[in-house]
Design a protein around this ligand. Structure first.
Ligand code: FMN
Length: 226
């Protein structure tokens, strides 16, 4: 097991996996760590629906069919829409890094489309963890999403610490009715995101991409220090 700082520094999104299954005990272990996340008033609004095998294949197939069939995305949380300005710039930056690693040319529409479809297939990962939160908390503002996000980061870090790879995968729940049906999500839960997870394929070039960050001096301001 790694030091926390090392895991935080080294972690990156993993989008290529081996076929090796992930043992249920390991998944239970990382979930038990993730749910130590803090939450508003300790409400613990999160649920994790862990999919593999046939169920996950049905989700992949359903997502693919609907996306190729032109069914508009339907998510259960508000859509973020098109990013602009600096946020768009950062989006383009990571896309360029990933495409360069994968050898996907700017004008190769087919290869780009293929990459996008991989996302809808949850990068063919052996496991997908669908994260939901209690619908009753929607009346209390967005804080339940904040809480569940903290648990998701914990999940990803705990996975990384064990040599597992993961990518938080908004694309995987973009056709939420498909996920809801096959994962048998109860009506009183809202689908937030999913996490594609498995043993990293170290030969998959995009797995080596290290996304960029701003300097602390650009992110943080300090008041009242010497
Ligand atoms: C809420 C959320 C949704 C995301 N959805 C996707 C996705 O649909 N497809 C994808 O390839 N990466 C997705 N990511 C991963 C981000 O692209 C990635 O975290 C970011 O580019 C930084 O890279 P890193 O995780 O390697 O540091 C998502 C991340 C978050 C937090």
């Amino acid at each position: 097991m790694m030091q926390l700082d090392q895991a935080m520094l080294d972690r990156r999104s993993i989008r290529g996996f081996t076929d090796e299954p992930v043992a249920r005990e390991v998944l239970e272990e990382i979930i038990s760590l993730a749910i130590r996340a803090p939450s508003s008033m300790n409400t613990q609004p999160w649920h994790m629906h862990v999919l593999t095998g046939d169920v996950l294949e049905k989700v992949r197939a359903g997502n693919t069919e609907r996306m190729l069939g032109g069914v508009p995305p339907s998510r259960e949380i508000p859509a973020h829409g098109k990013y602009e300005g600096i946020h768009r710039d950062r989006q383009v930056e990571i896309a360029k890094q990933l495409f360069a690693a994968m050898g996907i040319e700017r004008h190769d529409a087919e290869a780009r489309q293929d990459w996008v479809m991989r996302g809808f297939r949850q990068f063919d990962a052996p496991v997908s963890v669908v994260v939901t939160y209690d619908r009753a908390l929607d009346e209390h503002g967005p804080v339940a999403i904040f809480d569940a996000g903290a648990a998701v980061y914990g999940l990803v870090l705990a996975a990384w610490s064990r040599g597992l790879g993961a990518v938080i995968n908004g694309q995987g729940i973009m056709q939420s009715p498909v996920v809801r049906e096959h994962a048998e999500i109860p009506e009183d839960e809202v689908i937030l995101t999913c996490v594609a997870l498995g043993w990293p394929d170290h030969g998959f070039e995009a797995n080596a991409v290290r996304s960029l960050r701003r300097e602390v001096s650009e992110v943080a301001t300090f008041q009242g220090f010497e």
